[in-house]
Design a protein around this ligand. Structure first.
Ligand code: SF4
Ligand code: SF4
Length: 119
């Protein structure tokens, strides 16, 4: 299965609906920290460019749903970012060392981070 098919299956989104208007990126609060704009992420996936799986952007995404609410084509990029993180995590690489997590963090933050950053 190629990258586009995997992302579509995991996200449930139709990436070809995107016509690259850029409204998602224009409203994204995390865009300054990203190495690829949200609309560029869609382009990379459509082109089956696997380098998008190694990009910082899916991990910087705050899952705020702003992009999806702005999209005139109802593309939910939040789900696409989640799909890309899942593809990376399924390689079983841990990005968070549990032993180094500060002990006084709220439990919900630790659970959330382990789901997002461990394989
Ligand atoms: S707002 Fe929607 S249609 Fe426009 S670039 Fe973003 S995902 Fe594509
Ligand atoms: S869900 Fe992610 S990509 Fe979309 S606007 Fe929020 S931070 Fe940006």
């Amino acid at each position: 299965m190629d990258l586009l098919a995997k992302v579509e299956e995991l996200s449930g989104e139709n990436l070809y609906a995107c016509y690259q208007c850029g409204k998602c990126s224009a409203g994204c609060p995390m865009v300054d920290q990203m190495d690829l704009l949200p609309n560029q992420v869609i382009l990379y996936v459509i082109r089956n460019d696997e380098s998008v799986v190694e990009a910082k952007t899916p991990w910087i995404c705050a899952q705020c749903y702003q992009c999806g609410t702005r999209c005139p084509r109802n593309v939910d990029i939040t789900k696409i970012m989640e799909a890309l993180r899942l593809i990376k995590l399924r390689k079983n690489i841990d990005y968070l060392k549990i032993g180094k997590v500060k002990k006084n963090l709220p439990q919900i933050a630790v659970v959330s981070a382990t789901r997002k950053y461990t394989g």
